[in-house]
Design a binder for this molecule. Structure first.
Ligand SMILES: [Zn+2]
Length: 98
């Protein structure tokens, strides 16, 4: 089942294919805080600085916030349900008293 070459690849063909394999240099930007080299649109490698106003909350924090919101919504719904149940029970008591 091993790959058996069905056709000869010339040196130029192989060279053309491999011409795309090399890693390209990435442009480095000066960090505004420490002045060290860092990638643009990434937190600084040395100090972890990211320009203010452009930062986005990490995914973990986002998830925690969403979870908190869900819990708050659930609690609010439960409160509504309990209040409505209490009202119903009060109404029933009044009817019994009559
Ligand atoms: Zn930095």
């Amino acid at each position: 089942m091993g790959g058996v070459p069905t056709k000869h690849h010339s040196k130029s063909k192989v060279g053309r294919r491999r011409s795309q394999l090399a890693l390209k240099k990435r442009d480095l930007v000066k960090c505004k805080q420490c002045g060290g080299p860092s990638f643009s649109h990434r937190a600084c490698i040395q100090c972890g600085f990211y320009p203010a106003g452009k930062s986005v909350a990490p995914k973990a924090e986002k998830k925690a916030k969403e979870a908190k919101q869900e819990i708050a919504e659930k609690n609010a719904q439960e409160e509504l349900e309990t209040t409505s149940e209490e009202k119903n029970s009060e109404e029933k008591k009044e009817k019994k008293e009559e």
